[in-house]
Design a protein. Structure first.
Length: 464
């Protein structure tokens, strides 16, 4: 087909970009190298149970404005379940369960009020939250980073500061860090608090606890991940005359300082615009001969460290949880999700997530399953007497990229090659490697294309 825009990659960034430019009237071809869609946020069919299993448990939040915009565009907003406000059950290492619930108050008063009422902490430990509340005030006075709702906070403090150093500098009680800040930071950053840069964590806090009190609400996918957005986006595009191909490995073709299209095996496909959403670890391989204009981007992408996430799925013979998710602070697996409560089904299926999993990713499947089972039985009494019917370990060894203060610079959407744009969670959105970062990057690249499309492409009746 003749395309106005070729989008490389069928994940969140790719479908955000593809559907946005298609909505503006451009003819789109989306190419995915793998047999299935979804990138690092997808699902597979377990051959033993026949159940669709996510490659890692993902949650959205009320502050994921661009992700929610994508779901609305492709008519998939009904595939998530909103939690009214933020309510988190936590079971500490002593087995004590408590609930942190934010009251319906203006932000950040709801955060302060929720922590001050949290009976897991002493009064002195609760009071330390006031120092973070004060710190988030100047953080919110940062500058916008590409979309109307997003900003990069004006972070006060050393530029090389780690998350732990930031928490310490703001006087956060050790137990408050153990029960709340550390699990939240690991989930958001997928990196040790001693390694990850504080700036990314503060950006997340400024969004979660920004002006809109619903920003901190948990938004849980009610279907497997590929059914949440990838398959609906494919159907949305195809219904409007666009094309989505899988099993389509791409080489980008550049002549001089302009992109001319791509090659899929022996097929040459011309297009004036190409948006790459290929992750950092595969970026350089898209070129037979890397263009000099991309030398720095390729070098930085090659040097950017990768970090794993490990998920263990456990099927029990009976229900063992009374919440959709529970935090397990201080353990190898920091969060446990009840898939039966989230997506339905008859089986008691728990999904346990270990972020920043460098120390356990090399364990055998049996070792990972045993470790996860030990963690869940220590926290949930009902799991101690339940029988495990099946265990399944899933490793995403390059799930996210390093957020260390000395990590290589992340690239901008524009590359210096005319017609060639970048998207993906690793582009410099100011956010860590989240679904929202991918959606932001895809919409940002799409906006750059749309503002340069000739008028007929934006108004052609074929694309309305």
């Amino acid at each position: 087909m003749n395309a106005d825009v070729i989008v490389i990659g069928g994940g969140v960034a790719g479908f955000s970009a593809a559907t946005a430019v298609a909505e503006a009237g451009a003819r789109v071809l989306l190419l995915e190298a793998r047999p299935g869609l979804g990138g690092r946020a997808t699902a597979f069919t377990d051959p033993e149970t026949g159940e669709r299993v996510d490659n890692g448990q993902h949650i959205l939040m009320g502050c994921y404005v661009e992700t929610l915009k994508l779901l609305a565009r492709i008519e998939a907003s009904d595939r998530v379940r909103w939690q009214a406000g933020l309510s988190l059950s936590m079971v500490d290492q002593r087995g004590h369960e408590s609930v942190l619930k934010l009251p319906p108050m203006a932000s950040p008063l709801h955060l302060l009020g929720g922590v001050l009422a949290w009976d897991a902490l002493s009064w002195a430990e609760r009071m330390s939250i006031l120092r973070v509340g004060a710190a988030l005030g100047p953080a919110k006075a940062g500058h916008y980073i590409g979309t109307e709702q997003m900003w990069r906070p004006a972070l006060a403090g050393p530029s090389q500061e780690t998350v732990r150093e930031w928490l310490t500098r703001h006087g956060q009680a050790p137990r408050l860090c153990e029960l709340f800040w550390e699990p939240l930071a690991l989930a958001a950053l997928n990196q040790s608090l001693d390694q990850a840069a504080a700036s990314y964590f503060v950006t997340i806090l400024a969004q979660m606890f920004g002006p809109d009190p619903t920003a901190a609400a948990l938004v849980l996918p009610a279907v497997p991940l590929d059914e949440l957005y990838a398959e609906p986006a494919r159907a949305w595009l195809e219904a409007r005359g666009h094309e989505v191909r899988v099993n389509a490995p791409v080489k980008v073709e550049v002549v001089g300082n302009r992109v001319t299209g791509v090659r899929v095996r022996h097929e040459h496909i011309a297009a004036p615009w190409v948006i790459s959403t290929v992750p950092w670890h595969g970026f350089g391989a898209m070129f037979d001969s890397p263009p000099p204009a991309l030398a720095t981007t390729i070098a930085n992408a090659t040097a950017l460290g990768s970090l794993p996430i490990v998920t263990v799925n456990l099927w029990f013979d009976r229900p063992v949880m009374h919440e959709s998710l529970i935090g397990l602070p201080g353990r190898a697996f920091q969060w446990v999700f009840d898939r039966r409560a989230i997506v339905g089904g008859a089986s008691s299926h728990l999904s346990m997530t270990s972020s920043g999993a460098e120390t356990i990713v090399a364990m055998s499947n049996d070792e990972l399953i045993a470790l996860a089972l030990s963690d869940v039985r220590a926290a949930l009494p009902a799991a101690r007497t339940a029988t495990v019917r099946k265990g399944l370990a899933v490793r995403e060894k390059r799930s996210t990229f390093s957020l260390a203060p000395d990590a290589p610079a992340r690239p901008q959407a524009e590359t210096g090659i005319a017609g060639f744009l970048l998207a993906g969670d690793w582009i410099d959105t100011g956010l860590p490697a989240t679904i929202e970062s991918a959606a932001v990057s895809g919409h940002r690249a799409a906006a750059l294309v749309v503002q340069n499309l000739p008028a007929p492409s934006r108004t052609s009746p074929h694309h309305q």
